[in-house]
Design a protein around this ligand. Structure first.
Ligand code: NAD
Length: 452
């Protein structure tokens, strides 16, 4: 597999793709490593995870630069991503000593529950946030005593391969964390089909997520899905309009719009629509799109030529473009931030489908009920933002929107210590936060009779 720098179209590296036999061999190693890993004393497993996190920290700049080159992420963002992997590992390094069960009152004895690891876990990672998404699966899985295989995306295997080397250097035993680079339908699919892989954590498209649900069914394999999104950014007339407009471009154009949480639909209350659009135009003009290695760059290129073509198909020559930002010319998969304002959003493809690029569609709404109905008119339900000074309305709207992660007067949605995941076709299960450990363990109930 050729890894290309999306900002230059130059080859960065060539990585061999794992065959089904190679995946099977890796699964066998992970299975062999499992009994010893689950038996590591909690305090020692915690120490190993902290050493792993420290190793990531020591190599954060190297990892960030790898991400810049293979994924085109701006260097500042890539540094944050390496830090997020480190922090997620630190957070779950506190879990081994805290994986407590319950003691439940029963007659005639004692009832205890235990949280036991599942065995071999497969983590299938997309190309849009290779390091954080790897960490969200790997860290809790290892902390709970599982062994892990990571299948990175075809375009972006380099950081995952380096992270696995750093895990070994930190002292994690052989076979506990392995990376199997390869093609989705071959290496990824094999993890889903393999009877010895007990759980799949998949982040990617809704289409592949549905396929994997079916592939996991014959073995009743556990599955966590983080899929697509079409999130709404709702701006009420009483909001701090300057702040809402200044931040809206970053809520959708960051990572060149290749973000499952991208607020790619902006809903603006009709009374302030014209004023908001004026402010938004200024904000979009200020977005710095360019060379990801430059410190001041805010948005880089798209990941690949086919993806550029797909994003471009949502902005044909007769598209209702309100205004656009700028992007470099020449080599690289560049796409200028684009704001669309169709007369009617019903049936408008960029309003309904996940573009996964720097394209946002804006629509006016009349009142709270109209905003909620428009926001929920989608098969997805991942995140969203609500801008208003009315606390009651903020909470009513947040509770009414069918999505897993809402933010009020901000666009933050993913913190490693709070739960993250989707409603409807945006996913299944939750990652991160205190509850993620439940999806990497089975609960065992044991009753001890104390009768004579
Ligand atoms: P994708 O589904 O094409 O690929 C994701 C991963 O799955 C890659 O590693 C790929 O190799 C693998 N894969 C592909 N086909 C497979 C198959 N048949 N069997 C097993 N594995 C297979 O998605 P993508 O284009 O890489 O990523 C973009 C999508 O990911 C978007 O829809 C985006 O919304 C979603 N995403 C969701 C979240 C979230 O947390 N909800 C986060 C990031 C990205």
């Amino acid at each position: 597999m050729q890894v290309l720098n999306p900002a230059t179209e130059q080859v960065v590296a060539t990585v061999p793709a794992s065959s089904v036999e190679e995946v099977d061999a890796a699964v066998a190693r992970a299975r062999a490593a499992f009994p010893a890993w689950r038996a590591v004393a909690p305090g020692d497993r915690a120490r190993l995870l902290r050493a792993f996190a420290e190793r990531i920290d020591l190599h954060a700049e190297e990892l960030a630069l790898l991400e810049v080159r293979q994924a085109g992420h701006p260097i500042g963002q890539a540094r944050w991503e390496a830090g997020n992997l480190r922090d997620t590992l630190f957070y779950y390094s506190a879990a081994p000593e805290r994986l407590t069960g319950l003691q439940i009152p029963v007659a005639g004895g004692v009832d205890l529950t235990f949280k036991e690891p599942l065995g071999v876990v497969g983590v299938i990672v997309p190309w849009n946030f290779p390091m954080p998404i790897l960490g969200w699966g790997v860290a809790p899985a290892l902390a709970a005593g599982n062994t892990v295989l990571v299948k990175p995306a075809e375009w972006t295997p380099l950081t995952a391969l380096r992270v696995a080397e750093l895990a070994l250097e930190a002292g994690l035993p052989e076979g506990v964390l392995q990376v199997v680079p390869g093609e989705g339908p071959v290496a990824g699919r094999r993890l889903a089909d393999h009877p010895d892989v007990r759980k799949i954590v998949f982040t990617g498209s809704t289409r592949v997520g549905k396929e994997l649900m079916a592939a996991c069914a014959p073995n009743v394999k556990r599955l966590t899905l983080e899929l697509g999104g079409k999130s709404a950014n709702i701006v009420y007339a009483d909001a701090d309009l300057e702040k809402a407009a200044a931040t809206a471009p970053y809520a959708v154009f960051e990572n060149a719009g290749q973000d499952c949480c991208a607020r790619s639909r902006i809903l603006v209350q009709r009374d302030v629509y014209d004023r908001f659009m004026g402010l938004l135009e200024t904000a979009v003009a200020g977005v710095v799109v360019g060379d990801p290695e430059q410190e001041k760059t805010e948005v880089g290129p798209l990941i690949s030529a086919p993806h550029l073509a797909k994003v471009g198909s949502y902005v044909p020559s007769d598209a209702p473009v309100a205004f656009r930002g700028s992007a470099p010319e020449g080599p690289g998969y560049w796409f200028a931030p684009t704001v669309l304002a169709p007369a009617d959003v019903r049936g408008f493809p960029a309003w309904h489908e996940e573009v996964f690029g720097p394209v946002v569609t804006v629509a006016p709404f009349t009142d709270e009920a109209d905003a909620i109905a428009l926001a929920n008119d989608t098969a997805y339900g991942l995140s969203g933002s609500i801008w208003t000074r009315d606390v009651g309305r903020a909470l009513r709207t947040a509770r009414a929107i069918e999505a897993g992660n809402l933010s009020v007067n901000s666009h933050s949605s993913v913190r490693y210590w709070t739960p993250f995941g989707g409603y409807k076709q945006s996913g299944l299960g939750r990652e991160l936060g205190p509850d993620a450990l439940d999806s990497f363990t089975e609960t065992k109930n044991v009753f001890l009779s104390t009768e004579l």
